[in-house]
Design a protein around this ligand. Structure first.
Ligand code: SF4
Length: 249
């Protein structure tokens, strides 16, 4: 079991400066032109890459403009529109139900608070945080697979529970940097600190990384962390990583 040390607040500030310098272009990778489109794109992103979601939404947003268009659809039609994406059956149902609820309860507008957003069918805390921060400029940290992994490795969090990780990040990171820090961590996770084989040799924040420090002391732990443990179904077959985008898992 790897002992997880947390970064001090002073070192956290220095780390954030480094991330800001390394990823000045960090932004939401999903294409959208308003809060409603962002809500739909984020709902579609589970188990799907951002590139695939953007391909699908380019067609979808040209075809259907607002919640009234989706609310009038039958599920089969929307399923046909988004069937290239993972979980398309469930996503279609949730999107139609969400749009009906937007019309019934919110006058067709996307609510601006996390508390209201999570009441919409298929909208969890992560999706709500993505929407409030990217569409409405409300500081928030959405904990996706990259944020979860990178913040734990760096020592900004020490939990595998996304809600607890979010709380720990919000405690350590100044509020005005929450939304940007979310993008920095995602970019770092996609470009350098990948799930398997992180590129520690070219990592701009290696000097702060608790995981890296631990690995230097106990190199054998590295093998344990990344070793494959094939189960009965996958034994003898090469594993393919699950496809997911920024907000995909
Ligand atoms: S040093 Fe390695 S494990 Fe640590 S943040 Fe950088 S890439 Fe990730």
């Amino acid at each position: 079991m790897i002992k997880k040390q947390m970064l001090s607040r002073a070192r956290t500030r220095k780390l954030l400066d480094k991330l800001a310098a390394a990823y000045p272009d960090a932004r939401c990778a999903l294409n959208f032109s308003n809060s409603f489109e962002l809500l739909i794109a984020t709902m579609l992103s589970a188990q799907s890459t951002d590139a695939k979601v953007n391909q699908v939404t380019a067609r979808l947003f040209a075809k259907y403009r607002g919640p009234e268009d989706y609310a009038a659809l039958d599920v089969d039609t929307l399923q046909e529109d988004i069937k290239e994406l993972g979980l398309w059956r469930m996503k279609s149902e949730h999107i139609i139900e969400t749009c009906r609820m937007l019309l019934k309860e919110y006058g067709g507008e996307v609510p601006r608070t996390q508390e209201e957003l999570v009441k919409l069918p298929g909208v969890g805390r992560k999706t709500a945080n993505v929407v409030v921060s990217n569409a409405f400029g409300v500081p928030a940290i959405a904990v996706d697979t990259h944020v979860q992994r990178v913040s734990n490795r760096l020592g900004l969090a020490n939990s595998m529970n996304p809600e607890l990780t979010e709380r720990q990040l919000c405690e350590r990171i100044p509020k005005h940097l929450w939304s940007q820090a979310h993008h920095w961590l995602i970019h770092h996770g996609r470009r350098v600190c990948t799930a398997r084989n992180p590129r520690c040799h070219k990592c701009p924040v290696r000097e702060f990384c608790q995981f890296y420090e631990q690995m230097q002391k106990e190199p054998k732990l590295l093998e344990k962390v990344f070793e494959e443990k094939p189960d009965k179904k996958t034994r003898g077959r090469r594993r393919r990583p699950a496809a997911h985008g920024t907000y995909g898992s």
